[in-house]
Design a binder for this molecule. Structure first.
Ligand code: ZN
Length: 285
């Protein structure tokens, strides 16, 4: 059975871009007699607000979207993330990193052995690997971030592949990232910000597995992070869903909508008397 999800962060109002994601995932599931699940990505408790979470439920219901089963909330998932981190730790795939952002910038601008040039990837500047040698110490440093040793993680494979639906569900397109691309443009990514505080990439993979998501529908801004998620699924022994990366909704000037674009908030259109059909028309669905 097809299962999709919508996974907003309760850190601001839902805008037209969110509506596009939610409606696409919902309609796809319903068209295939599947299920549509909701997940509140409130892992960053310093920014998550209950009022925004309630507004999410309200906006989705108003749009006519119904979700199946219990709502999953990341703030209640610490045990599951911890299990996954332990699994990676026991496998010798992650190490402690104590670098500040500034350390990383400085190390990246110095000449390096083994790296052709510094690159930027889905998480910004690719980590130069300064703390990698700490992997042999096998000590969890309090307050340190945890990073994947990408070379270890890729051992035994030549590439990371994912299946993406562009238009026809029966004709998925395969995207292949070879190991050199994974090393140069992704590198040793963070799986935990502090010991036992899961980073986005880890949380999303663990949660998609727990919710048994078969088709991840999300914006194309996350397409560059998808190889990270596929790799984590492989390392954790999780199944890999099919992906659908949809175009982003842009404002009139062609700029992609950001969290703070309250001008495009669904609640604002509602207050002005728009109907759910008007919203669908505005975003071309
Ligand atoms: Zn470091």
């Amino acid at each position: 059975m097809i299962r999709t999800r919508f996974a907003p962060s309760p850190t601001g109002p839902l805008h037209l871009g969110h509506a596009y994601s939610a409606i696409t995932a919902h309609d796809f599931a319903r068209a295939h007699k599947g299920q549509f699940l909701l997940r509140i990505e409130d892992i960053d408790q310093s920014r998550a607000r209950t009022t925004w979470e309630n507004q999410i439920y309200d906006d989705l219901a108003w749009l006519g979207l119904t979700w199946d089963g219990q709502v999953m909330r990341q703030s209640q998932r610490a045990a599951a993330y911890s299990t996954a981190l332990n699994q990676l730790w026991e496998a010798g795939l992650i190490y402690c990193c104590t670098c500040s952002r500034r350390d990383i910038v400085q190390a990246s601008s110095a000449p390096q052995e083994g790296l052709s040039a510094h690159h930027t990837g889905p998480d910004g500047l690719v980590y130069p690997g300064s703390c990698r040698s700490s992997i042999k110490d096998r000590v969890w440093i309090n307050g340190a971030a945890l990073r994947i040793n990408i070379s270890e993680a890729l051992k035994g494979y030549n590439s990371v592949t994912f299946k993406n639906i562009e238009s026809d569900i029966n004709r998925p397109v395969f995207y292949i990232k070879d190991n050199l691309q994974m090393t140069d443009f992704i590198g040793d990514f963070v799986v935990s910000r502090r010991v036992n505080e899961a980073a986005y990439h880890l949380a999303v993979v663990v949660d998609d597995t727990a919710q048994e998501i078969t088709h991840v529908v999300r914006g194309e801004d996350l397409k560059s992070a998808t190889p990270i998620h596929i790799l984590l699924q492989r390392l954790l022994g999780h199944p890999t869903p099919t992906y659908m990366h949809h175009p982003l909704i842009r404002d009139d000037a062609g700029k992609r909508l950001a969290k703070r674009d309250d001008a495009k908030a669904i609640s604002k259109f509602r207050a002005e008397g728009a109907s759910p059909a008007n919203i669908r028309a505005m975003i071309g669905l």
